[in-house]
Write a protein that binds this ligand. Structure first.
Ligand code: NDP
Length: 327
């Protein structure tokens, strides 16, 4: 495994990490979740990603039990939670980024994960109803109390991230260190264009999600729709509609052909393509089966195959390179 600094922080995060969305506490048995975490850890993964909303708290409960059972040194792994969507309650005080909800969500995550502090705590979305100043102050208080070590954002605009930095600078508070955006071959704008300046100016780190676009960047949807996959789960019709379009399938067939010509697989090529971007601090993997994780964990080996010529072939298939505005 290789490690990167998380943005300009001193924290070393593994280039591949493991997340639990839709899998832990929901799609997979707890025994499989345990096997996934153990395999990841044994292969040098040091970051496990979670959120209050994942399986409405159940995902953190499952992860907490596994962390306890494994008995790994607390200093050897990084665990996160995210606040915004709540863990099931829908009353006005039970979601969002107010001081009240952030503090309560942090305490609940600590209890569920059975840890004394969270290494990373993300604001899962921006909250238009709460002044960013209140959120920055609250994160700083949690850091001072030793309940979180680093804080960040997820799917915030560059402008919102900069506002948080300006407030932190004004009051000498600790600014956000990392952002968690979606990034994959089919979804590129934020990571490649919107944030391009703030990697340099404030040293933004990124923990990118859905590197396989929820499993679409594999060969399994190319022919007929398979049984037992994420996009077939009842209640996730919206995700299927968003991720699996005919236009995408055409591109995926060509990408799959290219992967096979290179002697690799499409999931590995897709993950390695994300790793090629030096502004990506860690790629968060998702897996419902152990063999998927084992395959994905070897994606770093594919990096030398992605030459400038191969990158161009990928661009020619994708035809979605985001335009940089004229500065
Ligand atoms: P991916 O896009 O990589 O999708 C993972 C899913 O794809 C797996 O659960 C599996 O689903 C399928 N898959 C994975 N590997 C393979 C393979 N080799 N061959 C075939 N199918 C495969 O990542 P996720 O969408 O899971 O995102 C990763 C993590 O990012 C999440 O767990 C979460 O921690 C974080 N995240 C954060 C968000 C945010 O808003 N901040 C939003 C979403 C995710 P199946 O077998 O069921 O088809």
């Amino acid at each position: 495994m290789e490690y990167n600094n998380l943005g300009k922080s001193g924290l070393q995060v593994s280039r591949l990490s493991l997340g639990s969305w839709l899998t832990f506490g929901k799609q997979i048995e707890d025994g499989i979740a345990e096997n996934l975490m153990k395999t990841a850890y044994d292969n040098g993964v040091n970051f496990f990603d979670n959120a209050e909303i994942y399986a409405r708290g159940q995902s953190e409960i499952v992860m907490g039990k596994i962390l306890k059972k494994m008995g790994w040194a607390r200093s050897s792994y990084i665990v996160s939670s995210k606040v915004y969507f709540g863990d099931g309650g829908s009353l006005p005080t039970q979601t969002g980024l107010s001081r009240k909800h952030i503090v309560e969500a942090c305490h609940a995550a600590l209890r569920r994960l059975q840890v004394e502090y969270l290494d990373l705590f993300f604001c899962h979305r921006p909250d238009k109803k709460v002044p960013i100043e209140e959120t920055v102050w609250t994160m700083n208080i949690l850091i001072n109390q030793g309940k979180i070590l680093y804080w960040g954002t997820s799917e915030w605009s560059a402008q919102e991230i900069m506002e948080a930095h300006m407030i932190a600078r004004q009051y000498n508070l600790i600014p956000p260190v990392m952002e968690q955006p979606q990034y994959n071959m089919l979804h590129r704008q934020k990571v490649e264009v919107e944030y391009s300046q703030i990697y340099k100016t404030v040293g933004l780190g990124t923990t990118i999600w859905s590197p396989l676009a929820s499993g679409v960047l594999t060969d399994k949807y190319i022919k007929e729709f398979p049984e037992g996959t994420r996009l077939g789960i009842k209640g996730l019709e919206w995700l299927k509609e968003r991720q699996l379009t005919e236009e995408r399938l055409d591109k995926i067939r060509n990408l799959n052909k290219l992967a096979l010509e290179l002697g690799t697989s499409l999931p590995k090529l897709s993950i390695a393509w994300c790793l090629k971007n030096s502004n990506v601090s860690t790629v968060i993997l998702g897996a419902s089966k152990i063999n998927q994780l084992e395959e994905n964990l070897t994606a770093i080996e594919v990096l030398p195959l992605i030459t400038a010529e191969v990158m161009q072939k990928i661009e020619d298939i994708l035809k979605n390179k985001p335009e940089h505005p004229m500065w």
